[in-house]
Design a protein around this ligand. Structure first.
Ligand SMILES: *Cc1c(COP(=O)(O)O)cnc(C)c1O
Length: 392
């Protein structure tokens, strides 16, 4: 099918909830993708941080196709090997105790909120269900995770939202204490705010919040849906903040392109979800779990060190270009934010770059890079020269 044919079908039969770029992607290899008309694009977006090993990675394809041929799905009423193995790998590498699998980031965060409320209910009874989240955060698109998201623009249309959320300012402990109360059970935060603009939280703030949580028996819930799975140069970002959260959520990059998400809990929380208290049909699907096992095995120390190096290289190269419309860069590992300065908005710049052959994302008022973690030097340089030519 041609681009025009695909677009016409999509326009007629798909709800118009996404603003799409005018490209239909057909296939990919590494960090390069091709549109149906054959045009080549360097990908600095990885499907919003999902395709952590890029496209068509041979090991990933092998893991997925072998498992698909063997067993594509079975319910959570039975055990499977990939499921148990990926759970073990996650816990051994993070010091967490056990996991619960779902299929997306929002679903993982819902599970995390449910766990926090039940933990508190089990110990203290009713009336302690409030979760403190941060302004400028993003936690998902379900009614509850929209409520958890600390940005007013998301609190519209879908009333009534789930109650029990209060918002504090990032990097301001007084602001967290100002919204505290006897009804609080947890603090939930991204360590690097992603959709909000790629804003890494201060180390000291995070450690102080962790202390406050421990003191008041609030759970420390860390949303690593975007920052997890090697993205920041450690398997999870919390490992660079030297804290041990009570619960961590993950999704996006974990299975390298298949829908997979979930939460990991520490020892204190391992028994909160007793039989029948939470569940999902697809969670822990064996094909997605086999993919996640492969992704985890690939992310050894050398792989993670490269993520840090590539992230630093991209940031330094972008700042060195001194493009008139771009300002400072920031981030952690290969989660990179770029300030936009001047007349054009971030969406206009993104459209221009995509038109020129570079897939890129926006975040807050700036641009955002989440390239496949396996991107080569050559692909990075190609992407950077497209950026330079388009924006100079
Ligand atoms: C993307 C994202 C989510 C939502 O994940 P979905 O898979 O789209 O539901 C939640 N939290 C963070 C930090 C994210 O980046």
């Amino acid at each position: 099918m041609t681009f025009e044919e695909i677009k016409a079908l999509d326009e007629q039969y798909v709800m118009h909830s996404y603003g799409r770029f005018q490209v239909a992607i057909d296939h990919g290899k590494g960090a390069t993708v091709w549109a149906v008309d054959g045009k080549e694009y360097i990908d600095f977006s990885a499907g919003i941080g999902v395709c952590s090993l890029g496209y068509g990675d041979p090991g990933w394809v092998e893991a997925v196709s072998t498992q698909a041929a063997k067993l594509g799905h079975i319910s959570n009423l039975f055990y499977t090997e990939p499921y148990a193995k990926v759970a073990q790998k996650l816990c051994v590498r993070t010091g967490m105790s056990n996991v619960m699998f779902g299929n997306s980031g929002a679903e993982a965060n819902e599970a995390m909120i449910k766990l926090a409320r039940k933990y508190s209910f089990d110990r203290y009874g009713k009336g302690r269900g409030t979760v403190i989240t941060l302004h400028n955060s993003f936690h998902g698109r379900t009614i509850t995770t929209l409520a958890a998201t600390g940005q007013d623009k998301f609190h519209n249309y879908f009333f009534p939202f789930t109650e029990g959320f209060r918002y504090a300012d990032a990097n301001d402990l007084d602001s967290v204490e100002a919204v505290a109360g006897h009804d609080v059970c947890a603090v939930m935060m991204e360590l690097v705010q992603g959709e909000g603009g790629v804003l890494p939280l201060d180390l000291e703030f995070v450690q102080k919040v962790a202390e406050l949580c421990a003191k008041r028996d609030w759970l420390l819930l860390v949303d690593e849906v975007q920052s997890g799975m090697g993205r920041t140069g450690s398997l999870f970002a919390f490992q660079q903040y030297h804290i041990q959260p009570d619960v961590v959520s993950f999704a996006k990059g974990i299975a390298g392109g298949l829908p997979f998400g979930g939460i990991m809990a520490n020892e204190k929380c391992r028994e909160v979800f007793s039989p029948g208290t939470h569940g999902t049909t697809f969670g822990g699907n064996p094909v997605a779990a086999a993919a996640a096992c492969h992704v985890l095995d690939r992310m050894d120390d050398a792989f993670l060190a490269q993520v840090k190096e590539k992230g630093a290289y991209l940031r330094q190269a972008i700042e060195a270009m001194e493009l008139p419309c771009l300002g400072k860069t920031r981030g952690l590992g290969m989660m990179v934010g770029i300030d936009v300065v001047g007349e054009q908005t971030n969406s206009q710049l993104a459209a221009k770059l995509i038109e020129s052959g570079l897939l890129i994302l926006t975040a807050g008022p700036g641009l955002r890079l989440l390239p496949p973690l396996t991107i080569t030097q050559e692909e990075m340089d190609k992407g950077l020269s497209i950026m330079k030519a388009a924006l100079l």
